[in-house]
Each structure stands twice: as C-alpha cells, then as structure tokens.
Design a protein around this ligand. Structure first.
Ligand SMILES: Cc1cc2nc3c(=O)[nH]c(=O)nc-3n(C[C@H](O)[C@H](O)[C@H](O)COP(=O)(O)OP(=O)(O)OC[C@H]3O[C@@H](n4cnc5c(N)ncnc54)[C@H](O)[C@@H]3O)c2cc1C
Length: 386
C-alpha cells in the first residue's frame, strides 16, 4: 500500500513528495490536471525575507530559504535558476524613511540582515531608477527561483526515489475506516493510503468542505507582466513599501502595488495585482495598464520596452494570511499544506520538510503553532469572542 497520497501536484505537493521520498516513504501524487499547471506556474518565484515582518512566517521563511539553497546545491538535471539577487525596498522622502529604518531594526533583531541605503547607495545598486528617491533598504537574503522548473525537478527526484505521479486524476473525497483515513476517492477509483496530505492550493476550500475541517481558503487573483529579454537593467527585486500594505490587506477589492525585477533569462517581470473575485479569469486590460504605468514611473526606460505577455493566477488566500500546515484536527491521518497565498514558492521546501517531520512524528524544525489547521476547527470557532 502507498504510505502517503498527496492531493495536488503544484510546488507544495512537489516539495512534500520530494521530502517524504527522501525519508524513504512510498508516495503517490494525484493531480487533477498536468503537474505544476496550477498557481505555481503563474508566480515570479521570489523567496523573500524582506516582505515578512518578524513573526512565525518570517521564521518559517528563514528555514525555507536555507532549504532552497541546500536544494540548489544538491544533485540536479535542470537549472532551477536560483539567484541570490537581493531585494530593494524603495523609500520615499520624509517620515516614510524613518519607518523603513524602524522596519530594518526589527528585522535585524530577528536575525535578518537589512542594509540602510542613502540615495547614492540606492542608485549605485539600481542606476536606471527614475531620479528623486532618497534611499531605501537592501536585503541580500532575498532570492529568486524559476518555480516551474524547480517543482518539476523536485517531482523528478521524488520519482527517482520511488514516488508515483498520476496526472489528470481528480480527488473527490477520502475513504475513512474506523475514524481514520484509509485512502482517497478519485474519478479513477479508490487509492488506498495510510496518510493523505492535502496540497490542493486555492481549491482546498471547496474540495475539503464535506470531509475535513472546513478550511477558509479562497482565490486571490494576481497579474504579472513580462517584457522582452533585456540587458541587465533591473538588477534586484525592487518594490515599494505600499506593496507590503497590499500583501497584508484583507480587502477584496483591486490593489496594484509596484514590484519590478529582472530574471536570469533577461525578461523583466512587473507585478503585482491582488483581488478576491472568485475563480474569475476574464482578462482586465485596466490591470495591465495600471501595472505598466506604475513600473514606467519608477523605471522610465520601460516606456520603450515591449511586453511579450502577461499571466494571471489564483493565490491560495487563507483568512488571516497565514498558511495552513499540519494535521486535520478532526480526521486522523489527514494533513493540510495549503493557503500559502503569495509566498508558496518561498515556503515550499519548509512546508514539505515540516509535513514530513509531522508524519514521522519527529521534532519540528520550526514552531508551527501559528499555522495549525486546528485554528479553524469547530472548537476554536466557538472560542472566538463575539
Ligand atoms: C501573480 C502571482 C505571483 C506570485 N509570486 C510569488 C512569488 O514571487 N513568490 C512566492 O513565494 N509565491 C508567489 N506566488 C504564490 C505562489 O504561486 C503560490 O503560493 C503557490 O504556487 C501555491 O502552490 P500550491 O502547490 O499550493 O498550489 P498550486 O500550484 O495551485 O497546486 C495545487 C494543485 O492542486 C491541484 N488540485 C486541486 N484540486 C484537486 C483535486 N480535487 N484533485 C487533484 N488535484 C487537485 C490543482 O490542479 C493544482 O495543480 C504568486 C502567485 C501569483 C498568482
């Protein structure tokens, strides 16, 4: 019998399959579509410490960034394009610079290196910026990866270690025997398993609603624009402080804050929008226009550059903005690893490692209380003061 069935072949399912197979477990990944065809094929691939204030998510990210570096150094067939590119947080004149310095101080206390830049240091790092910025922060620990290639590489190694992957297989529910998981029900029949890990991303809410603790996960749509390949004109990930406000906002309406970055292949990625409108994928030209004009205001040379495409995806947004990682509080043998919203690429290796530690009942590398699915259980819901 398969030891562990994983529902979903995105980067979270891939990282979990990779880690479980390294630990010697027999793994079977069930994916409704083609592997890595969901949200993991739609993101920029940032692995950021800079956008997470001190707290549980930053601690998980620090661990995950280390695992990304280890994964990059392990045996590979494909180049996962991991770059130690560094992130630049742009300052604006006045009080905002004082606030940025306070943010850097808090990060340093949490063990994250943040360099304060005056205008000269900023323009030395990013010479093509529009004039007038007073400075900013530089985070050398911010990385970038090519998420699709990295996820495929994790799946390839998992298969080499004995895992099986069934694409075009839709999970409809779980099979329960004597109160614990005994397998999953799919459109191709039942797959027996002792443990099931739910890595179904933005679709976790409707998928699990009838057989697990209801998970408040819903899609948060985002756009990214891609330019033609350019020389090395945007050297880091560059973003505005407003970006962080939008990331942490629970507003369902459209938000579009500036993120611009070059990639190893020369394209420049321009983001990022956020809106909660269900799984509506109808294109909206005004989002493309808004993201493009914001980017041109910061990098004026972009006005003469051709956009070759844009893509959109559904971030798996969980109420409260923290991923949901851990055992289902009501059904034995079921684990969840969903709700990573805009940070699932960055957090994938840590998620896979922690789920493996939980299944094998090992000490956890990071304190995971804040991520526990039990925060949404019936009992916890009754605890919420009204
Ligand atoms: C525009 C944009 C930019 C982003 N940029 C970044 C970034 O720079 N850095 C970062 O860390 N994150 C980023 N993200 C977020 C990141 O892409 C996600 O957090 C991450 O991809 C989630 O991975 P996942 O494996 O949970 O989801 P997915 O990749 O969506 O995988 C879930 C899989 O489950 C499958 N599935 C669902 N239901 C079933 C079922 N019933 N049966 C079988 N299979 C099922 C789906 O088909 C899907 O393939 C971005 C997202 C967007 C949209």
């Amino acid at each position: 019998m398969t030891d562990v069935v994983i529902i979903g072949g995105g980067i979270i399912g891939a990282a979990t399959a990779y880690q479980l197979s390294l630990a010697g477990l027999r793994v079977h990944v069930l994916e409704r579509g083609a592997p890595v065809s969901g949200t993991s094929s739609r993101g920029e691939g940032n692995i950021l410490v800079s956008d997470k204030p001190p707290g549980p998510e930053l601690e998980l990210q620090k661990f995950s960034s280390r695992l990304w570096a280890e994964f990059d150094e392990s045996d590979h067939e494909l180049d996962i394009e991991l770059e130690e590119k560094g992130g630049v947080l742009l300052g604006v004149a006045g009080n905002a610079m004082t606030a940025l310095h306070g943010y850097a101080e808090a990060h340093e206390a949490a063990g994250v290196h943040a360099e304060r830049m005056d205008a000269a240091a900023l323009y030395e790092r990013e010479p093509n910026l529009a004039p007038g910025y007073p400075g900013g922060l530089f985070y050398p620990g911010d990385l970038q990866v090519m998420p699709v290639v990295a996820a495929f590489e994790m799946l390839r190694i998992a298969r080499r270690n004995g895992a099986t992957i069934s694409p075009y297989t839709e999970v409809r529910g779980v099979k329960v025997d004597k109160g614990v998981v005994a397998g999953v029900e799919t459109d191709n029949g039942t797959v027996p398993a002792r443990v099931v890990v739910n890595c179904s991303g933005a679709w976790a809410g409707p998928l699990t609603s009838s057989w697990a603790t209801p998970l408040p996960v819903e899609p948060r749509r985002g756009y990214v624009l891609v330019t033609s390949a350019l020389p090395h004109v945007v050297r880091h990930k560059v973003y505005s402080a407003e970006y962080m406000d939008n990331v942490s906002s629970s507003d369902a309406g459209l938000q579009a804050s500036l993120v611009v970055e070059g990639t190893k292949s020369g394209t420049v990625l321009i983001g990022a929008s956020r809106e909660r409108i269900g799984f509506d994928d109808r294109p909206r030209a005004e989002i493309v226009q808004r993201l493009a004009s914001q980017a041109i205001a910061v990098y004026p040379f972009l006005a003469d550059v051709r956009l070759i495409r844009y893509y959109q995806g559904f971030r798996p947004y969980a109420t409260g903005h923290l991923p949901i990682i851990g055992p289902d509080p009501e059904l034995g043998g079921l684990f969840h690893a969903v709700g990573h919203e805009g940070v699932g690429i960055g957090l994938a290796p840590a998620t896979g490692r922690i789920i493996t530690e939980m299944i094998l009942d090992l000490p956890l590398s990071v304190d995971m209380k804040a991520f526990a699915p039990s925060r949404f259980s019936e009992e916890s819901r009754h605890d919420v003061p009204v």
